[in-house]
Design a protein around this ligand. Sequence first.
Ligand code: 13P
Ligand code: SF4
Length: 340
Amino acid sequence: MIELADTLFKQPEEIPASVKARHIETIRAMLKRENAVLIAHYYTDPDIQKLAEETGGCVSDSLEMARFGANHSADTLIVCGVKFMGETAKILSPDKKVLMPTLDATCSLDIGCPIDEFSEFCDQHPDRTVVVYANTSAAVKARADWVVTSSIAVDVIDHLDSLGEKVLWAPDRYLGSYVQKKTGADMVFWNGSCIVHEEFKSQRLSEMKAVYPHAAVLVHPESPESVVALADAVGSTSQLIQAAKDLPNKQMIVATDQGIFYKMQQAVPDKELIIAPTAGTGATCRSCANCPWMAMNSLENLAQVIESGDNEIFVNPEIARQAIRSLSRMLEFKATQLVA
Ligand code: 13P
Ligand code: SF4
């Protein structure tokens, strides 16, 4: 378990409406002036998501963020999310300027998979295809054969398994074991986890299901196996929003970051969304259904960055040259799925 100093997380404070309006105005004007576009993850502040929607940007899961940035004609991509998302955008679009509202927003999966140790792990398994989750550093992606996100992980591993390939998986052990169960592939795992999804607790979730017997349970696969076992739908953030639409239930218990409620509620305005419980045995509740790093993105630092051009993302060109291979494999695989 990674020790995280709570003081690390500087969560944005509530700002007066007039200040908020000023930031929004600045951001809108600068987006036009700089030919820039906002690419936001569902876990970011709803004000940022709204602005991204209204200005022709994108709000999505991490796979669609990568695809959107790579295909967009803007000169500048402003990635509101965590570090790996900005790095991915830069690797896929080396000629574009990539900015982020904060450079401090990382991810426990990225922190928990340092390149030197990861490389040693790979060296111990030379016969295995190395598949890493997108929530990793550029250097880890450079060492990998494939990058996947949660929306495509099962399909890619299934494909590799059908080719008879054995897989080394990193870093999220929960997502890895979910994928392994779904595909039956031969996999070895790095021992990483997401501090947010790890907090969802199955016993309390069972109790909640008893209180809402008609509710469907939607679970992100970074959650523990016992929580996934209680799910009616398991998937990436985009897939969970789709499941909220597709399932007939009027109530949804949602085991992922609460930021998703903004777009999920838009998708199902008549349904009741309930956050899955994070309390109970073993809970620390430092990060209850709220990613502390995603929460570092604010209208204020977004406005500041777009005005100043600060917080530009750079990736070592040699690392980027290698990482683009594993990332491109994922995007090409997705493209073949779309035409099939
Ligand atoms: P998605 O690709 O499902 O959006 O997941 C990203 C993430 O960091 C979830 O914690
Ligand atoms: Fe990383 Fe978890 Fe935050 Fe997603 S929610 S960015 S996996 S720490």
